[in-house]
Write a protein that binds this ligand. Structure first.
Ligand SMILES: Nc1ncnc2c1ncn2[C@@H]1O[C@H](COP(=O)(O)OP(=O)(O)OP(=O)(O)O)[C@@H](O)[C@H]1O
Length: 295
């Protein structure tokens, strides 16, 4: 069953086209990562799917209905990117307040243990660390035993330990049959959690595939050098020329450098560095861009 669906969805904010013809389907039992650089449109897509905003064009569905209809959101848990907790309320009181909205909430103690906050129940939220506050905000999405949880950059600002505690909680929910859509800047986070990855860039879906397939694409490196003439080189997925340098995008930089040496290329100023997600995707998905030509 489709729990959330976007069908040719666009969203404009004045001059900015934040989403441009996006298709996305989240099915029961999936753990889907939404990956993309700043401004790619991740939060906008999430806000449309959970009914906070309306699309400019296209259709959005949640549990088969309109996300803006409260009835469609009964089995949904959400943690937005920015959250605010009343500073003077205690952790237990916040959970109690949210729990009262649901017929069968998870007991506060159990929820807090799951999120590594078991000893914080009596603390005022204003006295929590930033990481503890974020974990509480994420935990609140799970209070009502939702079928679908949507988390917008759940681990931003968390240290490694807190991040891993949160990953465990998300994995536990998924292992019990829960469905998750989470956005992230971090490939590492999506790799650790998701089976399927949807990559957004400039408001478009650049890829929608398994983690393995996406890793293959974003594992691209940039071998950059100055050379007068280059022979055809195996393993180069795109070539760019800029400011007198040639940039070769490849999935195996070591082999490419060996091939350059074997071919006797008189290169100078060699640099090897990872491509950003955005660079890799733009290079691979838009081979007819003026600066990138598939070899
Ligand atoms: N309320 C708004 N008013 C005007 N422009 C907006 C608004 N919300 C988002 N945008 C613009 O829409 C585009 C997509 O933003 P969005 O927040 O969806 O991206 P994102 O992928 O979630 O980015 P980030 O990773 O930085 O959170 C950006 O250009 C952003 O500036």
């Amino acid at each position: 069953m489709n729990l959330a669906r976007a069908d040719q969805v666009s969203r404009r904010y004045g001059e900015v086209l934040a989403l441009d013809g996006v298709d996305l389907t989240v099915r029961t039992g999936e753990l889907v990562g939404l990956l993309g650089p700043n401004g790619a449109g991740k939060s906008t897509l999430i806000n449309l799917l959970v009914g906070v905003r309306r699309p400019t064009a296209g259709r959005v569905e949640l549990f088969g209905g309109d996300p803006r209809d409260p009835a469609s959101r009964r089995q949904l848990g959400v943690t937005p990117q920015e959250t605010g907790l009343p500073a003077t309320l205690r952790v237990g009181e916040v959970i109690d307040f949210v729990s009262r909205h649901f017929p069968d909430p998870i007991p506060a103690g159990e929820l807090l243990d799951r999120f590594g906050l078991g000893d914080q129940v009596k603390r005022q939220t204003g006295g929590l660390s930033g990481g503890q506050r974020r974990r509480l905000a994420v935990a609140l999405a799970f209070v009502g035993r939702p079928r679908l949880v949507v988390l917008d950059e759940p681990t931003t600002g968390l240290d490694v330990e807190a991040r891993h505690a949160l990953w465990e909680a998300i994995r536990g929910f998924h292992a019990d049959g829960g469905t998750v859509l989470l956005s992230s800047h971090y490939l590492e986070e999506v790799e650790a959690l998701a089976q399927r990855v949807v990559v957004l860039g400039h408001g478009r879906v650049l890829a929608d595939d398994t983690v393995e397939a996406i890793r293959g694409i974003v594992g691209v490196r940039r071998v950059s050098l100055v050379a007068d003439d280059l022979p055809p080189l195996p393993g180069v997925v795109a070539t760019e020329h800029a400011e007198g340098r040639t940039h070769l995008l490849t999935t195996d930089a070591d082999q490419l450098v060996r091939d350059l040496v074997i071919a006797g290329v008189a290169f100078r100023d060699l640099e090897v560095r990872p491509t950003s997600l955005e660079e890799a995707f733009l290079a691979i998905t838009a081979p007819d861009r003026p600066t990138a030509a598939a070899v």
